[in-house]
Design a protein around this ligand. Structure first.
Ligand code: FPP
Length: 225
């Protein structure tokens, strides 16, 4: 049976859910956060060590300012309210993505959250924030050039935002769309991809466990036979 070290999730469908149920995209994001908390608990229960959540992409800046502001305030509120709880539960928080465009207040909260939780070992949450794979690769090659080191697979890996994080075993994308949207293009090379019809706020622990169960049975060849 396959062991699972790392699950990555594209939490798609909040906006559509919000419009359908509450006539507001933002309230869909709020509902999405409830799913995040449920999935987080279930990830710990399943003894999975890494959970990556795509919270905001380098392309999401194209959205209306009102939605962007709401998303960041939701994250800010979540961290201020929950970081102690996460810490008590031995959860480590790491931000992956380009921090340059993040406002000073949130940046400070993020840095503080990473610092407080840095020694925790039960679960690592990688929050992909202002994350885009192409931006990550550009940053990686810029670093390699600056450090005057060789372009090798190992050096690329070591200079990605995800250094020290194993590649995802599983990618889940909710929201009935089959694309990667500039997410972990390098790291997903051998991941199993699960595209779910349900919108993220409707995604349940039962759905999550069905995917985990199905993954465990897959024969992974990594190019071998
Ligand atoms: C994609 O749905 C979702 C996002 C861009 C944001 C995800 C954010 C959350 C789940 C809440 C905050 C998270 C944390 C971890 C604090 P969409 O808006 O693209 O949905 P649509 O395809 O229906 O428009």
């Amino acid at each position: 049976m396959n062991q699972i070290q790392h699950v990555a999730i594209i939490m798609d469908g909040n906006g559509r859910w919000g419009l359908k149920h509450k006539k507001s995209r933002n309230l869909g994001h709020k509902a999405g956060l409830i799913t995040v908390e449920k999935i987080l608990k279930e990830t710990i229960k399943n003894k999975i060590k890494f959970l990556t959540l795509f919270a905001f992409s380098t392309e999401n800046w194209k959205r209306p300012q009102k939605e962007i502001t709401y998303l960041f305030s939701l994250l800010e509120e979540f961290l201020l309210k929950k970081i102690e709880d996460l810490n008590k539960n031995q959860i480590k928080l790491r931000i992956i993505g380009n921090k340059k465009k993040i406002g000073p207040k949130l940046k400070k909260i993020l840095q503080n959250s990473e610092k407080i939780t840095k020694n925790n070992r039960r679960l690592q949450i990688n929050l992909a924030l202002n994350y885009g794979s192409k931006d990550e690769l550009l940053n990686t090659f810029t670093l390699i050039k600056k450090k005057k080191i060789k372009i090798t697979l190992e050096n690329i890996k070591k200079n990605l935002y995800t250094h020290n994080i194993p590649d995802p075993d599983i990618l889940i994308r909710t929201g009935n769309t089959k694309r990667l949207s500039n997410f972990m293009l390098w790291q997903l090379a051998y991941s199993e991809l699960y595209f779910e019809k349900k919108l993220w706020p409707d995604f349940t622990v039962k759905d999550y466990n069905r995917i985990i169960k199905s993954f465990k049975k897959i024969k992974r060849n990594f190019g071998n036979i």
